[in-house]
Ligand binder design. Structure first.
Ligand code: ADP
Length: 312
């Protein structure tokens, strides 16, 4: 049985995460006020953001709105998710980040009264079209939640379960190993595949959930605050893993941690809460840009206010 503490000490001794590529851009405070402001809250932005060539758009929303009953949770959202990049959704609580994320794989379908209007495309196809199977959508667009939620089964069965029920016929041992390898967990669990998933540390459980999502061959991974229940070392491990995964997957992450968004993402979407005259609070996409640009030279005063810690 491994505990969080055990994982932490193992990692400190043997596997200090390589943060070489997460180094800070040297900001020149005199250069402009926004840079200075971003520096004040100690947001470090990696210098790998601007892609040299336009990248493929894997998902796109066009005028997407989400309602819970008659309440419109978000104003129309137009957002492109680029292939093999990490896109962060940030903003104050209640601005609709999770709502928007869930609309990307029809997870909102599972909430009574929730309804999505407008269009959400995946490789150009409208995922809300009548002939689309939401289960297949969720297989292709996997989701990882805030709190690690392994099944009450063995490590092995956690990975094998999804492929089994979807009728997958290949070599299950190979698939389990490959999925755990990709989630950077294999070495830690290869001798405890039959142990309960609950015997793993919180960070390991979250990587198991990532391995479980990977096992159904998605090409998009949605992550809803995947590190908020983890300690700093386990958090760093997941961030490192995200870097590895983006070679093969397009990742969308909701995070309330601006430092994390700045560290890991290529593009950032900032949402805010629009408070109307009648007191109705509706989420709104304010600004979407390459992460380096958004954190150092935002176009909208509301974005600057948020990233400099003036509200939220
Ligand atoms: P965030 O992730 O940015 O904190 P959410 O997407 O959770 O924001 O919430 C956006 C808005 O939608 C909020 O006003 C919230 O109260 C509302 N909301 C979220 N989930 C539900 C739900 N299941 N039923 C009704 N309203 C909801």
């Amino acid at each position: 049985m491994t505990t969080d503490g055990a994982e932490e000490s193992t990692m400190q001794e043997n596997e200090a995460p390589d943060m070489e590529h997460a180094g800070a851009v040297s900001t020149q405070p005199a250069e402009d006020a926004s840079r200075a402001s971003a520096a004040r809250v100690n947001v470090e932005v990696r210098d790998i953001h601007a892609p040299a060539v336009p990248t493929e758009v894997v998902m796109a929303t066009e005028g997407m709105e989400v309602y819970y009953g008659s309440f419109r949770a978000v104003h129309p959202v137009d957002l492109d998710i680029h292939a093999r990049e990490i896109t962060a959704l940030i903003g104050p609580s209640g601005c609709g980040k999770s709502t928007v994320l869930r609309s990307f794989n029809r997870m909102n379908d599972l909430i009574p009264g929730a309804r999505v209007a407008g269009t959400v495309r995946y490789h150009g196809e409208d995922i809300y079209a009548p002939d689309i199977d939401p289960v297949e959508i969720r297989r292709r667009i996997g989701m990882v939640f805030q709190k690690p939620n392994p099944f009450p089964k063995s490590v092995y069965e956690n990975i094998a379960f999804g492929p089994k029920i979807s009728g997958w016929k290949g070599n299950m041992d190979d698939l389990v190993e490959e999925s755990l390898q990709k989630a950077a967990l294999w070495d830690e669990v290869k001798d405890k595949l039959q142990d309960s998933a609950f015997a793993l540390s919180g960070g390991q459980q979250q990587r198991l959930c990532i391995a479980r999502a990977i096992a159904t061959s998605p090409d998009v991974l949605l992550m809803d605050e995947p590190c908020s229940a983890l300690d700093p070392i386990a958090t760093l491990r997941i961030e490192e893993l995200m870097f590895e995964l983006k070679e093969d997957y397009s990742i969308v992450i909701v995070t309330h941690n601006m430092q994390q968004a700045a560290r890991v993402s290529d593009r950032t979407a900032f949402f805010n809460v629009d408070v109307q005259e009648d007191g109705m609070r509706t989420g709104q996409l304010v600004e979407y840009d390459e992460t380096g640009k958004l954190f150092t030279n935002p176009s909208d005063p509301a974005t600057e206010g948020y990233i400099t810690g003036r509200f939220g």
